[in-house]
Ligand binder design. Structure first.
Ligand SMILES: Nc1ncnc2c1ncn2[C@@H]1O[C@H](COP(=O)(O)OP(=O)(O)O)[C@@H](O)[C@H]1O
Ligand SMILES: CC(=O)N[C@@H](CCC(=O)OP(=O)(O)O)C(=O)O
Length: 266
């Protein structure tokens, strides 16, 4: 049995028609699957409307107490429940969870180094037994980017990291594929040219493109988490456009595939 962990980012969630199209593809995606969602764009907009300005460093949000309230409401509340309701409407029995629910994801507040990220959690443990129970009962877990430290503290956690940790935890016992769906057709050499897709990426090329600032902001945690997943036993990691998920499911050429071995780009 292959389990698919599918992550959807805030740029798609923000557009109801794109989200609807993605959820139909998810519904038809073969085999057991888990959906992890972000929602960074919506959280930033809500924050701004309340006078709480977003602060991001390398795609990670600085989360003070007010920001934590906002992201909890937006990720674990509005977005999570909206996605679950939309899946129910197309006949999919989904169950929406934050990392605190069923002790699904325990994390630790990130220590203060050069940067104080505030209430941001680094994942310690994933309750894979709970995920297996839901999958065995034909439910799709829909997981938001909020975790907890088991001492009563909720923590904001990058959704790409959640997807990667869930995939690696399940990979100890199962074959797992990981799909990062977002608004671009893959990792691009020129961010505004959708035809400049890098079809395969390894760590050497990643480092080079990061140095040249070809890869920046939210693509950094996405690729960090993609490489970590592959190194920790995940079978296949794909990054691409949400609309192309069904092509990826069929193994058709689309998006960027993450590679362990090394080769030259030029
Ligand atoms: N080389 C690159 N190729 C594609 N996107 C890139 C690249 N470098 C930076 N990005 C940016 O990273 C964003 C994806 O990260 P993020 O916004 O966190 O994704 P998500 O929608 O999954 O939350 C893209 O929308 C794009 O603006
Ligand atoms: C710590 C941290 O950065 N958390 C992320 C969680 C949401 C997220 O990852 O959303 P996207 O997938 O839409 O980017 C944030 O608040 O932006």
């Amino acid at each position: 049995m292959t389990i698919s962990v599918i992550k959807i980012g805030g740029n798609v969630i923000d557009y109801p028609e794109k989200l609807a199209e993605f959820l139909v593809q998810l519904a038809h995606f073969p085999g057991p699957k888990i959906l992890v969602h972000g929602g960074g764009i919506m959280a930033s907009k809500f924050g701004e409307s309340l006078g709480v300005m977003p602060k991001m460093i390398d795609g990670r949000r600085i989360t003070d107490a007010d920001t934590l309230d906002i992201v909890t409401m937006v990720y674990a509340g509005l977005i999570n429940k909206d996605i679950v309701a939309k899946l129910q409407a197309i006949g999919i029995n989904a169950l929406g969870l934050s990392g605190a629910d069923g002790n699904l994801i325990r994390s630790k507040k990130r220590g203060v180094g050069k940067i104080d990220y505030g209430y941001v959690g680094d994942i310690q443990e994933v309750n894979t037994a709970l995920l297996s129970l839901l999958l065995e009962n034909d439910m799709i877990p829909v997981i938001s980017a909020i975790t907890h430290d088991q001492q009563g503290q909720l923590l904001n956690t990058n959704a790409d990291g959640i997807a990667s940790h869930i995939a690696t935890s399940l990979a100890k016992k199962h074959k797992v594929n990981l799909y990062f769906c977002f608004n671009k057709p893959g990792v691009l050499l020129e961010e505004h040219d959708d035809f400049s897709i890098v079809p395969l990426i390894n760590e050497d090329i990643y480092e080079e493109l990061k140095q040249e600032s070809v890869i920046h902001s939210g693509m950094i945690p996405k690729l960090d988490n993609a490489f970590a997943a592959l190194q920790m036993g995940v079978n296949h990691v794909w990054i691409g456009k949400a609309e192309n998920l069904s092509l990826a499911a069929k193994g058709k050429l689309s998006g960027t595939i993450i590679e362990n071995h090394r080769y030259d780009l030029y």
